[in-house]
Design a protein around this ligand. Structure first.
Ligand code: HEM
Length: 190
């Protein structure tokens, strides 16, 4: 993708500021998100070791496990500005207000996902996810992210026992890309 951006720069379609902005955006969007989502996955599995063992025994559940991790503990919040005045349950949000949409809360809304507080990698993909946003700005790296996470989780589960948190976890702020800043972990012996 960066090679294509460089090509567009050589052809004059992007100026140098646009090129460097896009490359930096791509690196941040493609690295921070994955590393924090993987950390959040390991935290979820540390509280649900039987689900880890299920993934170990059934690596074909890898894609579903990723879906459940994205549902149960999504790393990203979605940013929008209201285009018009918005009335929501008696609250007026004036036009032009920056709004953070919590994928975390939406994914546990009983209307969207019955029993949403349960972490279950066999749940399937019936719950609509906001983990990658929506509309014109839907994450262009979603397929790559799903593949990387599935590879990482199935590889770890095939070699190691369930993760265990071994010390204090420190957290990034709960907006933007959230998740642990430090996550001391060990893995149970098999
Ligand atoms: C678990 C991993 C990831 C998560 C949870 C994630 C999540 C998101 C979210 C929520 C958005 C905003 C969507 C919206 O506003 O509707 C976004 C945008 C974006 N993501 Fe990802 N992402 C991930 C991985 C990646 C990867 C691997 C790449 C690239 C290699 C990437 C590149 C981008 C870019 C360039 C945008 C901006 C799109 C735009 O504004 O049109 N992301 N991502």
């Amino acid at each position: 993708m960066i090679a294509r951006l460089l090509h567009a720069h050589r052809n004059g379609a992007l100026d140098t500021d646009e090129l460097s902005g896009l490359v930096v955006d791509l690196l941040i969007a493609g690295f921070n998100t994955i590393s924090h989502q993987l950390s959040l996955a390991l935290i979820a599995f540390s509280y649900h070791p039987h689900q880890w063992m299920l993934l170990r025994e059934h690596p074909e559940l890898g894609e579903q496990a990723v879906n459940e991790v994205l549902r149960y503990s999504p790393t990203a919040t979605i940013w929008r500005h209201t285009a018009a005045d918005l009335h929501h349950k008696g609250l007026l949000i004036p036009a032009g207000t920056p709004v953070h949409l919590s994928a975390h809360a939406a994914h546990r809304d009983p209307h969207a996902c019955p029993d949403g507080d349960t972490f279950d990698i066999t749940r399937g993909r019936s719950t609509p996810l906001l983990a990658f946003g929506g509309g014109a700005h839907y994450c262009p790296g979603a397929a790559l992210a799903r593949t990387e996470l599935a590879e990482a989780l199935t590889a770890l589960a095939s070699r190691l026992g369930p993760p265990r948190i071994t010390g204090p976890v420190t957290w990034r702020p709960p907006v933007g890309v959230s998740g642990p800043e430090t996550l001391p972990l060990s893995f149970h012996p098999l």
